[in-house]
Design a protein around this ligand. Structure first.
Ligand SMILES: *[C@@H]1O[C@H](CO)[C@@H](O)[C@H](O)[C@H]1NC(C)=O
Ligand SMILES: *[C@@H]1O[C@H](CO)[C@@H](O)[C@H](O)[C@H]1NC(C)=O
Ligand SMILES: *[C@@H]1O[C@H](CO)[C@@H](O)[C@H](O)[C@H]1NC(C)=O
Ligand SMILES: *[C@@H]1O[C@H](CO)[C@@H](O)[C@H](O)[C@H]1NC(C)=O
Length: 563
């Protein structure tokens, strides 16, 4: 179902004391439904805040999430972005659900295709595999939409590269790998989710975009109340506090406390998660069965790559259509886009690079990791105690002798942290507008994982507002270096999947790259760096991966002369 095809209108009226919000929305999916959400009265507990959410109607996309009216230009871009990430149709689930006809990694298999060289490969060639999906009864799947990842690696050489997967929409998939090192190369294929699980993940977002909810504490004198907050709140008779940001237009609402006014908001935290999944649907998300499980080869899973043939041009990312952005060799990331990645192994090498620089890190906990890494790697960089909450920041570290400043600040809501002072809820775009910039300034942005459960439109809008601020920054201070960290893969449990599946991240990652394409910004490809590495996927990648990311960052800041 296409959430994007919805037309939304908000009409709000004030009636003497009570404010009544009527939300009209028209849902266009396969058919066209018109539907008016009738105001519902809800009981509200002051402390245990858990809104009673109406049972979703099975056939109707309930869109109560309304965003600011977009400009024509921005909504055109939104359409194009949504089209560019359109996922194939996935099967309608039978009731009762049985796994029998769903994709089964144990029955599925892949083969290495002999290619033009008739089974001989050289560095610079491509290796192609064909993946065939089967269900639990061993019958071939006839449709696409499974979430498949591939990589090629050689543990001994510390080498790895991500494969590019093509869905043929008929139950088979191919993947292409660039062959970048000599010696053995082992293919690994992973089914992240069967297509049937994607059906569920999609439905959750269209029906329950508020399944992750938040709360704010309001306090004045001895009175305090806690209410539920979100990007969009289901209409009730309870009035709202509208914290929509006037500069960026980013929406944010809390139910108004009964006895306090909206200015009394003290703090923000994640409230919880409503898991409205049918028990039988959980079968689609089983670790070791059908979630992040390897698919085996029906023949050999590895090849021996021979030295490069004489006179063959270098593999460049730009010359291979949607080729990899880099690969690991001897544990070190090598970029293919033209940037030479240097290794900054010692604190003096990093100090030399960062001398005189201000490095501002904005984003989620995956960017906070970079702050922590730099802090640990540089003994002379001292964290200044701002008495900030550990998870949230803001953080600041200084090296007086080398005149280095490193700061971290989290992005604005939705933010699943606990105990964020309301005063620290700041949008990256507004922070960027407060920077003078210049050749001593490095800005790093990483924002993705807290957006997984919300409609894509929210993320697109957020990125558009950040991009506008980046453009303004680069116009007033062209010497500023702006670096974007992309999303990465993570370990999946049922809970992690429903709130932050790699499938959600994959879609957001594509949008992120598209929004910043063509701008003078640099990417750290966390997606491929987590996929190509032999270490297990983790929301917070392990130190060797972070070290490589920081090497890429420092290589952008301090490119090798003549390189
Ligand atoms: C699926 O489509 C691909 C690409 O068109 C084709 O090579 C393959 O043979 C097809 N597989 C089946 C089972 O039809
Ligand atoms: C919230 O405030 C914004 C900005 O003032 C406004 O555009 C929007 O219509 C308001 N939304 C609601 C539901 O009151
Ligand atoms: C593939 O791996 C196996 C086991 O590690 C090894 O014995 C074999 O020689 C390898 N084959 C090729 C073609 O590299
Ligand atoms: C950095 O350390 C790695 C691993 O120990 C080593 O292979 C590499 O040569 C070092 N690079 C530099 C520039 O010191």
């Amino acid at each position: 179902m296409k959430v994007r095809a919805c037309i939304r209108k908000v009409v709000s009226m004030r009636l003497t004391k009570y404010r009544i919000i009527v939300i009209f929305f028209i849902v266009l999916s396969q058919a066209v439904f018109g539907f008016i959400f009738v105001l519902r009265k809800m009981d509200f507990l002051e402390h245990k805040v858990k809104p009673t959410i109406p049972a979703p109607d099975r056939d109707i996309n309930q869109v109560f999430c309304t965003f600011q009216s977009l400009s024509k230009e921005k909504s055109l871009e939104e359409r194009l972005l949504l089209d560019s990430i359109a996922w194939p149709e996935t099967p309608v689930l039978l009731d009762p659900l049985s796994l029998e006809q769903t994709s089964d990694p144990a029955h599925s298999k892949f083969i290495i295709l002999p290619g033009r060289g008739g089974g001989r490969w050289h560095v610079g060639d491509q290796l192609e595999i064909m993946i065939k999906m089967y269900d639990f009864q061993g019958r071939p799947k006839k449709s696409g939409g499974d979430v498949v990842l591939t990589q090629l690696h050689n543990l001994k050489l510390g080498a790895g590269v991500a494969g590019q997967v093509v869905d043929h929409l008929n139950g088979s998939y191919s993947a292409v790998f660039s062959l970048l090192w000599e010696g053995s190369a082992q293919v690994e294929v992973t089914l992240v989710h069967p297509s049937e699980a994607v059906t569920v993940l999609r439905r959750l977002t269209s029906e329950q975009p508020d399944r992750v909810y938040f709360q704010s504490l309001f306090r004045s004198g001895s009175l305090s109340e806690t209410t539920t907050c979100n990007v969009c709140l289901r209409p009730t008779q309870q009035p709202l506090c509208n914290y929509t940001d006037l500069r960026t237009g980013e929406p944010w609402f809390c139910y108004k406390p009964k006895n306090l006014n909206c200015d009394a908001r003290i703090s923000h935290s994640m409230g919880g998660f409503n898991q409205n999944l049918k028990a039988e649907e959980e079968k689609l998300f089983q670790s070791g069965v059908n979630m992040k499980v390897s698919i085996q080869a029906s023949g050999p899973a590895n090849v021996t790559v021979l030295p490069k043939k004489k006179g063959k041009p270098e593999v460049k990312s730009s010359s291979v259509k949607s080729g990899p952005s880099g690969y690991y060799y001897q544990g070190a990331w090598r970029a293919l886009g033209g940037t030479m990645v240097n290794q900054f192994n010692t604190s003096s090498a990093i100090n030399q690079c960062l001398k005189g620089k201000k490095v501002h890190l904005y984003g989620d906990s995956t960017i906070r990791q970079w702050f922590e890494h730099l802090n640990a790697a540089l003994p002379d960089l001292k964290e200044f105690n701002l008495h900030s909450p550990k998870q949230v920041g803001p953080f600041m570290a200084l090296d007086y002798a080398n005149n280095i400043l490193v700061t971290y600040r989290c992005h604005g809501p939705p933010l699943r942290f606990g105990n964020v002072p309301a005063t620290e809820l700041r949008y990256i775009a507004n922070e960027l507008d407060g920077l003078t910039g210049g050749s001593n300034t490095v800005v790093v942005i990483g924002i993705w994982s807290h957006f997984s459960t919300f409609p894509m439109e929210l993320y697109i809008q957020r990125l558009q507002s950040i991009r506008r601020a980046v453009v303004r920054l680069l116009v007033r201070a062209p010497g500023t270096l702006v670096v974007i960290r992309t999303a990465n893969l993570k370990a999946l449990t049922l809970y992690e999947t429903l709130t932050n599946s790699d499938w959600y991240s994959l879609q957001r990652d594509k949008v992120l790259r598209a929004v910043f394409k063509g701008l003078n910004v640099h990417l750290v490809d966390a997606w491929e760096m987590s996929l190509a590495h032999h270490l297990p996927h983790s929301l917070h990648p392990q130190p060797p991966i972070i070290k490589n990311m920081i090497d890429v960052l420092l290589s952008y800041i301090c490119p090798q002369k003549g390189g």
